[in-house]
Each structure stands twice: as structure tokens, then as C-alpha cells.
Design a protein around this ligand. Structure first.
Ligand code: OAD
Length: 245
């Protein structure tokens, strides 16, 4: 590996799979509609049915309960070796580093990562649909919960739904443009704009590496793809990159 200075790491649901959180689109493993059945009875839902502004407007109880269930599930999981290795990289890397996660769980920060952006929002946060305030939130969040900032009964899960703009895109795009190395971990490359970061990074001259359980929709865009469990591949890669520093 050439000696990089500026690194951007993109993570997806696969980085949390070994902690016991289900992915969205893996060929194997639990899918979201299984999780919904557990919590909401014997009906199946597609993720698109609970992750759009239209779903929130049409059935707020369903959407809020879906995210209540996922928020509650965080109490039973812990960071795995991949989160821990990335936190070690964050602490030790002397150059620029940005971990961009599509995940709404809090396992990167619980492992100790600080140079971190949650581009798709956070389960343990509430967003006011009236004033835009975001604040930490624990426990259930029923529809109609009152915003402490503006008083409107408009708190919703702080999740970026399909069709909404991800958070901190300017910061992310600047980091990708400055990166010498772009590493994608455990994401299927199915959801934009995150799926396009590899092309942007390559356009600006970064080396690109994918760590994933199986080849993804974006694999052909990477200089190198390593297949395996994130809990094995990520610690090995972190040691490798720290050895270049
Ligand atoms: P996906 O479920 O689409 O993809 C997960 C990827 O992780 C797949 O390519 C798996 O092969 C891989 N994978 C599974 N287990 C793994 C393991 N142990 N080690 C390494 N890789 C593993 O999840 P995302 O790409 O994150 O959006 O999905 C992107 C977005 O789609 C999510 O952020 C979510 C969803 O709609 C929002 O919540 C807004």
C-alpha cells in the first residue's frame, strides 16, 4: 500500500452485522421485514414502506414504532472488532480522516470514533419537522411528541428518508475530494449519493478499496476488493494502513 495521508472510510450496514444488527439487502441474514414482524405482528413491510416521507405522513404510528423498535434494539448490541479497529485508526491516524457512516446505530461512537459523520441520521436523535432542531433522544418517540425548542408536536425519528438530503454533504464531498485513500466497508452500493463516492474519490485521484462480504453493485469501481467478514478484514486493514504512517 502506498503511504496515504488523507483517508475517507464509508461504512454501511455490513459493519454492524456481526454485532447482531440486520442488514438491508444481504443475500443471507435477517432482513428488515423479519424485524418488523417481531415487533409489529404478522405483517411484512418493505424498507421502502417505512423509510419515506410519504410513509411517515400516511402511517406515522407504523413508522415511529419501526424506529422505536430499532432504537430499543441498540441496548442489546455492542461494537464489534471492525468498529473497534476503526476507532483505533481514528485515534492514531496523523493525517485527515473522516468516517462516513450510512448507519443510524451508534456503534462507531460507542467504540470511540470521533471523526464521524452519520449521513443518514441517528436512531438516538429526534428531529423536529417544524423547526429542524435535532436533539439526543432515548426511549420511544410517539407521533405528536412536542419539540422542546419550538413547542410544536412535530418530533420524528432523525432518519434521512428516501428522497431527503443526507446530512453534511458539503463536508463529506470536501473530504472525498481531498482523500488519497477511500475505503468502503460493508455497503451494497445500492443507495446514492453514498454509492457514488467511490467514483468521486477516484476522479480526484484517490486509491479505492472495498471490504465486503460479497461483491457489491459498485465492486467494479474499486481498485481492489477484499471479500470476507468486516470483523476480520477491517482490523487487518487498519494494522496495514497504520504501518504505512
Ligand atoms: P445493505 O444491506 O444494502 O448492504 C449491506 C452490505 O454489507 C452487503 O453488501 C453485504 O454483503 C455486506 N455485509 C453483510 N454482512 C457483512 C459482514 N459481516 N462483513 C462485511 N460485509 C457484510 O446496507 P447499506 O449499503 O448500508 O438507509 O444500505 C444503504 C442504506 O440503505 C442504509 O443506510 C439505509 C438503507 O435504506 C437509511 O436508513 C436512510
Amino acid at each position: 500500500m502506498n503511504k496515504p495521508r488523507n483517508i475517507v472510510v464509508l461504512t454501511g450496514a455490513g459493519v454492524s452485522a456481526e454485532s447482531g444488527l440486520p442488514t438491508f439487502r444481504s443475500k443471507s441474514g435477517v432482513t428488515y421485514w423479519d424485524v418488523i414482524e417481531d415487533y409489529l405482528g404478522p405483517k411484512s413491510y418493505r424498507v421502502e414502506d417505512v423509510c419515506t416521507p410519504e410513509a411517515l405522513a400516511g402511517d406515522p404510528v407504523l413508522v415511529h414504532r419501526f424506529y422505536d423498535a430499532r432504537r430499543a434494539a441498540l441496548a442489546g448490541v455492542a461494537p464489534n472488532a471492525a468498529h473497534i479497529a476503526l476507532a483505533r485508526l481514528d485515534a492514531a491516524w496523523p493525517g485527515e480522516l473522516l468516517i462516513v457512516t450510512q448507519n443510524v446505530d451508534d456503534l462507531h461512537e460507542r467504540a470511540g470514533a470521533t471523526r464521524l459523520v452519520h449521513m443518514h441520521g441517528e436512531l438516538r436523535s429526534a428531529l423536529c419537522a417544524a423547526c429542524g432542531a435535532r436533539r439526543p433522544h432515548a426511549g420511544d418517540l410517539p407521533p405528536g411528541s412536542v419539540c422542546p425548542a419550538c413547542g410544536a408536536p412535530a418530533l420524528r425519528p432523525d432518519i434521512v428518508f428516501f428522497g431527503e438530503m443526507p446530512y453534511q454533504m458539503a463536508r463529506i464531498e470536501a473530504a472525498v475530494a481531498d482523500a488519497d485513500l477511500f475505503v468502503s466497508i460493508g455497503t451494497s452500493g445500492a443507495v446514492y449519493p453514498a454509492a457514488g463516492f467511490v467514483q468521486m474519490a477516484a476522479h480526484y485521484g484517490a486509491a479505492t478499496l472495498e471490504l465486503n462480504l460479497e461483491r457489491s453493485a459498485g465492486s467494479s469501481s474499486f481498485d481492489e476488493t477484499r471479500l470476507g467478514l468486516a470483523g476480520v478484514l477491517v482490523p487487518a486493514w487498519v494494522e496495514e494502513v497504520l504501518a504505512t504512517g
